[in-house]
Design a protein around this ligand. Structure first.
Ligand code: SF4
Length: 82
């Protein structure tokens, strides 16, 4: 049975972790800093038990920014084009 969003967000591995790890800052971010931030976020996602639910929700909602389900917005857009 699929979990509802209110349920899976309760057990998300990113719960309690600063959101700036998963979303780009308003100010410019260098390629190196962005790469390091995204790598760290993806490491959190890799250990997340609700990664599938998160990615599915992000794809359905067409989330435009941030790391969701272990994928960046660019990776999600690419996935949706297939
Ligand atoms: S997959 Fe990543 S962004 Fe999604 S809930 Fe889990 S830790 Fe958070």
């Amino acid at each position: 049975m699929a979990l509802q969003r209110a349920e899976w967000t309760d057990v998300a591995a990113c719960r309690g972790i600063e959101s700036h790890l998963f979303f780009p800052p308003d100010a410019m971010e260098s390629r190196e800093v962005r790469s390091r931030r995204e790598r760290q976020a993806k490491q959190v996602c890799a250990d997340c038990h609700v990664r599938e639910e998160c990615l599915s929700s992000a794809l359905t909602q067409r989330e435009s920014y941030g790391i969701w389900g272990g994928l960046t917005e660019v990776e999600r857009r690419s996935l949706l084009r297939r």
